[in-house]
Design a protein around this ligand. Structure first.
Ligand SMILES: Cc1cc2nc3c(=O)[nH]c(=O)nc-3n(C[C@H](O)[C@H](O)[C@H](O)COP(=O)(O)OP(=O)(O)OC[C@H]3O[C@@H](n4cnc5c(N)ncnc54)[C@H](O)[C@@H]3O)c2cc1C
Ligand code: SF4
Length: 450
């Protein structure tokens, strides 16, 4: 284990974010890094618990105690090798994972200060690329072909594992580049897209073929491809965002969150859009409907594009700060989350229902909302929404709908077709998508070896 007394003597230290006045003017990553000494000291806090809940809570089963120990001793290459055993893309999760492991850490439960597993993971991954521990494998081919449809984290994980097992893997992606929501959802200030390019380059050198601008339609494409390939993995995510069918939805200036986010990421990648197509928050009062992470990403993007103000509303009540007795361990703690984007400035409101989009000359000017409350349902089940006060109008020249995604439905596929990631489970997390891709690679392998 690490230093047996470090958890008593070394406090948790996060690298923190770049100062708001600095980061707000660019789309560079907001998170900073610790120096090597501090990073190793943070790893020394891991107590190597007899039952490591962090390992259990991580959907990938990452062996945090093992690699934290190697990191503490300065054995960076060993740390990377241990991490790579369970996580093919620690440079992604190290940046944007909500760190399920840290909410399971015994130090979190006893002192409120979990080991900085996520940041440690990112540090190990970056050192591995820097020092050349990320090597190109040359797997021996077994003569079988697998098609992967969709190059998000689930598809990439499945493709990576199947390729390393010896299958000849072709990834079909409808977009012009790989990454899925890593590239066209998550803003650059959380994940620089060169980090994705660097990993795709490794996979290409190892033999994975990527075919971009290749949409495989559910109707005809999948049955055709399932005849041409020994197996097919569908990892097409959740393409349909939840919409808000309130009056005035057709007004100009009301958009789904991803319309803003994906366009902004494309602009940063060098694409241009006409004034008519371009969605911008510049000089506008922005209203984000939906209190989750996608909404938060809209807030950070709105600031960087130069909005006048930004308000985020959520229909559910404000979660408690720090601890929620309704979500005890081992549930995920539903507590108030304040992201780097919230820190940059935002009015946040809860218990607000949207009634109507208001506009002039076809353009949105505001949204009529209703403050509400939730009363317990005497018959059990979902609480009942009741009005709490008078309706009011929130002024907004741009409204972004960030209310989640619909879980896709799939027809019955031939036996050699497998579905994974958000396409199988509904909208979730990158770490769960990677885990699902890896599990699916195992299922494909078992199927093709039967
Ligand atoms: C704005 C936003 C921010 C998020 N932030 C975080 C975060 O910080 N941390 C976190 O853990 N999770 C986050 N998530 C969730 C996370 O991004 C997803 O859970 C994850 O990307 C799902 O991976 P996936 O591979 O299943 O699907 P996706 O990432 O959606 O990838 C699906 C891929 O399939 C392609 N595709 C679709 N249909 C076809 C077709 N017919 N033919 C060919 N290709 C097709 C798509 O173009 C896409 O590239 C965020 C989600 C959003 C929307
Ligand atoms: S992938 Fe996420 S949950 Fe797993 S060890 Fe890394 S930060 Fe923790």
């Amino acid at each position: 284990m690490g230093n047996p007394k470090a958890f008593l003597t070394v406090p948790r230290k996060e690298a923190g974010y770049r100062p708001v006045h600095d980061r707000i003017h660019d789309f560079g990553e907001v998170e900073q890094t610790l120096n090597t000494k501090d990073r190793q000291e943070q790893a020394s806090r891991c107590m190597d618990c007899g039952v490591p809940f962090c390992h259990w809570a991580c959907p990938l089963g990452n062996k945090d105690p093992e690699w934290n120990d190697a990191l503490y001793h300065g054995e960076w290459e060993t740390a990377y090798k241990l991490l790579k055993k369970t996580n093919p893309f620690p440079e992604f999760t190290g940046r944007i994972c909500p760190a399920l492991c840290e909410k399971a850490c015994v130090l979190y439960h006893t002192t409120g200060e979990a080991v900085t597993n996520r940041e440690n993971e990112a540090a190990i991954a970056e050192r591995a690329f820097l020092e050349g521990y990320v090597t190109i494998e040359n797997p021996q081919r077994n003569g079988k072909k697998v098609a992967v449809i969709g190059a998000g984290p689930a598809g990439l994980a499945a493709a990576n594992d199947l390729n390393l097992m010896g299958y000849t893997v072709t990834v079909f992606e409808k977009n012009e580049a790989a990454g899925g929501l890593l590239r066209y959802g998550i803003p650059n200030f959380k994940l620089n897209k060169q980090i994705i390019d660097r990993r795709i380059s490794v996979m290409e050198q190892e033999g994975v073929e990527f075919r971009y601008n290749s949409e495989i339609s559910e109707e005809s494409g999948i049955s055709g491809i399932s005849r041409d390939y020994d197996a097919v993995v569908i990892s097409t995510g959740t393409p349909t965002a939840r919409d808000l069918k309130a009056p005035g939805r057709e007004l100009k200036g009301v958009h789904l969150a991803l319309e803003l986010l994906s366009q902004q990421n494309r602009v940063l990648a060098g694409m241009s859009f006409s004034d008519e197509e371009r969605i911008t928050t510049k000089g506008k009062n922005v209203l984000v409907i939906g209190g989750g992470d996608t909404g938060s990403d809209c807030i950070g993007t709105a600031h960087r594009q130069g909005c006048k103000s930004v308000t985020q509303i959520e229909i559910m009540p404000k979660p408690p700060v720090g601890h929620n007795p309704n979500t005890p361990w081992p549930n995920w703690p539903v507590i108030l989350k304040t992201t780097s984007s919230h820190e940059e400035g935002c009015t946040r409101r809860w218990n607000i229902n949207t009634l109507e989009f208001l506009g002039e000359n076809g353009k949105v000017t505001g949204v009529k909302v209703q403050p509400i409350d939730w009363k317990p349902n005497p018959e059990g089940g979902r609480p009942i929404m009741v009005e709490a006060g008078e309706p009011e109008i929130i002024k907004a020249e741009l409204v972004l709908l960030a209310m989640g995604f619909l879980k896709p439905e799939h027809p019955e596929y031939p036996d050699n077709v497998f579905v994974c990631g958000d396409a199988a489970n509904g909208a979730s997390l990158v770490v769960r998508a990677i885990a699902s891709g890896k599990q699916t690679a195992q299922k494909v392998d078992a199927f093709l070896k039967r």
